[in-house]
Design a binder for this molecule. Structure first.
Ligand SMILES: Cc1cc2nc3c(=O)[nH]c(=O)nc-3n(C[C@H](O)[C@H](O)[C@H](O)COP(=O)(O)OP(=O)(O)OC[C@H]3O[C@@H](n4cnc5c(N)ncnc54)[C@H](O)[C@@H]3O)c2cc1C
Length: 446
């Protein structure tokens, strides 16, 4: 176990003491063949929420969850940790305390999927056979795909990344130690979790530098591989305006390919001019790593599309080839922005469809519309709350313009959403704000 995880576990101990004793199959107790009604692979946001729903429905130990980690992080808080507004311990709970007590936790990782045999094999060599499976393995962070980045993250205090619990603590230290010069923020050439996060850290940094009187000597640049600052027109316009107002340079279609920390240089390829690169000096570099579905999933071509993501029907999250397999969250190929909010929106639809498939009943009419949300934190007390669907159309919960920076939505992000996650979503109760949207819009709209 990494020393960081040990520290976090220590911080979680008090919390864990209050957790009732629960079913946990250690690897020494387990031998070779486990059978279950529902196998949930991954105990992150989606896996935990869905396991909670079905464990209470199906009864004790009918649901098996395979999850290797000891600590569950509320990742949306990483943005606030990077800005010094929360600590890593605030974002962590022991895995034992968040997984549903009625499910059996296999603390191991799936090493091979065999969907034709309705089974998986774990790293420890055990086989788990299932009647139904939910795949919820999230995304893999590929820091190694940018030459020199892992080395720079290990050795250079000016290089940071909010995306991993391993590095998120570096960000605020880098901000505090910044003495001026170029501060560069990147977005890679792959889908990422929370597409707004690579720029939220930049707005927080910009305000921080103003507060400490270093803004005049700093030069902030956003280098993104995308052709737009954000995928939804309404919010993209607001963000471009914000960058203009706050003197932030936006460079589109530039992809970070190399970091040379000895010379403080970041090398970008021009995506529209193959073979051409530009080298920028940095005094601070926040890198968002390339991401992909985890290798174990990508290598199972029966389950995945060409890009390696779980191939599901976008309206009900059922696998396109195996009707007893569903997917949720970041590892799926549903064409929406990958967020915990999207996971919440998917939960209710999957619950209905999976329950119908289990009972041999016709599929219900409930459809996932691609709902996702990105609280675009723009500083220490402001946020643009983006909410939208598959078509990039805003699906705003509140009856005011969420495209404006507001304190109220920042307060929600910082003070309300964490509790909603820990107590509502992970326990299987929170399925997104659709019902509130209907009420607040007097039943009008979607
Ligand atoms: C910096 C940052 C900011 C973010 N901000 C927001 C935000 O403001 N709002 C928002 O809604 N979302 C935000 N997100 C995104 C959100 O955290 C993710 O979209 C969400 O956690 C996805 O849930 P998931 O269940 O698909 O994956 P995860 O929660 O990542 O869980 C995947 C789980 O699968 C496990 N796993 C992986 N491989 C295996 C295997 N082989 N066998 C068994 N288990 C395995 C992992 O250990 C992990 O526990 C942010 C994320 C980051 C990093």
């Amino acid at each position: 176990m990494k020393s960081l995880d040990r520290c976090i576990l220590h911080a979680c101990r008090l919390h864990t003491l209050s957790v009732q004793s629960r079913s946990f199959a250690s690897t020494s107790e387990l031998r070779k063949n486990i059978k279950c009604d529902l196998l949930v692979v991954g105990g992150g946001a989606g896996g935990c929420a869905m396991a909670a729903k079905f464990a209470s429905k199906l009864g004790k130990n009918k649901v098996v969850i395979v999850e290797p980690k000891d600590v569950h992080y509320y990742q949306p808080m990483f943005t606030l940790i990077g800005g010094g507004m929360k600590t890593l311990a605030d974002s962590a709970r022991s895995m034992a305390s968040v997984l549903p007590s009625k499910a059996q936790w296999v603390k191991d990782e799936v090493a091979q999927f065999s969907p034709k045999l309705n089974s998986v094999t774990t790293k420890n060599g055990d086989t788990i056979e299932y009647n139904f499976m939910l795949v919820a393995v999230g995304l893999q962070l590929n820091y190694d795909k940018v030459k020199g980045l892992e080395d720079a993250l290990a050795k250079d205090p000016r290089v940071c990344s909010n995306f991993s619990p391993q590095y998120v603590d570096k960000t605020f230290k880098a901000l505090q130690n910044f003495q001026g010069g170029p501060a560069i923020f990147t977005f890679p050439n792959t889908p990422v979790k929370c597409a707004g996060a690579p720029q939220k850290v930049m707005y927080i940094t910009e305000e921080f530098l103003r507060k400490v009187g270093k803004r005049d000597v700093s030069d902030i640049k956003y280098c993104t591989s995308l052709g737009v600052i954000f995928g939804v027109k309404k919010y993209a316009a607001a963000l471009l305006e914000l960058c203009k107002k706050r003197g932030i340079e936006v460079n589109l279609r530039q992809n970070l390919i190399k970091v040379k920390h000895e010379t403080s240089e970041a090398v970008f390829e021009y995506l529209d001019k193959p073979g051409e690169t530009i080298t920028l000096k940095y005094s601070l570099l926040h890198a968002t790593p390339p991401m992909s579905a985890p290798d174990v999933l990508s290598k199972c071509s029966d389950l995945t599309d060409k890009a390696g993501y779980l191939d599901v029907n976008k309206t009900n999250l059922q696998h396109v080839k195996f009707p007893n397999v569903f997917g949720i969250g970041d590892c799926t190929n549903v064409p929406t922005s990958k967020t915990a909010a999207a996971v919440a929106g998917q939960c209710g639809v999957i619950k209905k469809h999976l329950a119908a498939v289990m009972a041999g009943k016709p599929l219900p009419s409930a459809e996932y519309d691609g709902y996702t949300s990105c609280p675009l934190v723009t500083g220490y007390s402001s946020c643009i709350l983006a909410e939208f669907d598959y078509d990039g159309q805003p699906l705003e919960t509140f009856p005011f313009n969420q495209g404006k920076e507001r304190w109220s939505t920042f307060f929600m992000k910082k003070a309300i959403m964490p509790d909603l996650y820990w107590h509502g979503m992970l326990n299987g109760y929170w399925e997104g704000p659709k019902i509130f949207r209907k009420i607040l819009h007097f039943g009008m709209g979607k």
